[in-house]
Design a protein around this ligand. Structure first.
Ligand code: HEC
Length: 149
C-alpha cells in the first residue's frame, strides 16, 4: 500500500487530536467553547481578507505571489527549496510563530496587526482546512494541534 496522502490525512488527524486533547483546556480570553473558536474564525476571516488575501488568494488557495494556506498540500512540514522559511511546521504553533514574525512580509504591515489578529487568522486557516477546535486557539493549545507528526 502506498503512503497515505499527507495533505488529506493531515488535517483530519489534527481535528481528532484537537477535539480529543483540547476539549477541557481554556484558550486565551477564556474562550473555552466551540463558540469562542467560531468567533475567532469569523474575526480571522476579516483579518485575512484585509491583510493576507492579496498575496495568498481570496480563499487561501495561493497566487503567483505567495503559497496556498488552504487546501491539499498547503502548509507543508518542510519549506520548499525557494522559500525563506527555515523552520518546520509540525504544529499550528509553528505556523503561528512564523506568521507573527514574518507575515505580512513588510514590518510596517505587521505593525497594523495585534496578537489576537494572528490567533484569529490562524483559527480561520485551521477552519478552512477542516479543523474545528472546541475552544479558541492560542499560545496554550496551538502546540497540541499537530499538523505533521
Ligand atoms: C505581500 C504578500 C504577502 C502578504 C500580504 C502575506 N503573505 Fe504570507 N507569504 C508571502 C510569501 C512570499 C510567503 C513565502 C515566504 C517564504 O519564502 O518562506 C508567505 C508565506 C506564508 C506562510 C507560510 C506558508 C508555507 O507554506 O510555508 C504563512 C503561514 C503565511 N504566509 C501567512 C500569512 C498571513 C496569515 C498573512 C496575513 C496576516 C500573510 N501571510 C500575508 C507573502 C505574503
Amino acid at each position: 500500500m502506498t503512503a497515505p496522502r499527507l495533505s488529506l490525512s493531515l488535517f483530519a488527524a489534527a481535528a481528532l487530536v484537537a477535539t480529543g486533547l483540547l476539549a477541557c483546556r481554556s484558550g486565551p480570553g477564556g474562550g473555552s467553547s466551540p463558540d469562542a473558536f467560531q468567533a475567532q474564525v469569523a474575526a480571522g476571516a476579516r483579518v485575512y481578507a484585509a491583510h493576507c488575501a492579496e498575496c495568498h488568494g481570496a480563499s487561501g488557495g495561493g497566487t503567483d505571489r505567495a503559497p496556498a494556506l488552504v487546501g491539499a498540500g498547503a502548509l507543508p512540514k518542510s519549506p520548499r527549496d525557494w522559500q525563506d522559511r527555515e523552520g518546520e511546521f509540525r504544529t499550528a504553533l509553528d505556523v503561528a510563530v512564523f506568521a507573527t514574525r514574518n507575515m505580512p512580509p513588510r514590518a510596517s504591515d505587521r505593525a497594523k496587526l495585534a496578537t489576537e489578529d494572528y490567533w484569529a487568522v490562524l483559527a480561520f486557516a485551521l477552519s478552512a482546512n477542516g479543523v474545528q477546535l472546541e475552544e479558541a486557539v492560542g499560545p496554550d493549545n496551538a502546540g497540541d494541534v499537530v499538523l505533521h507528526p
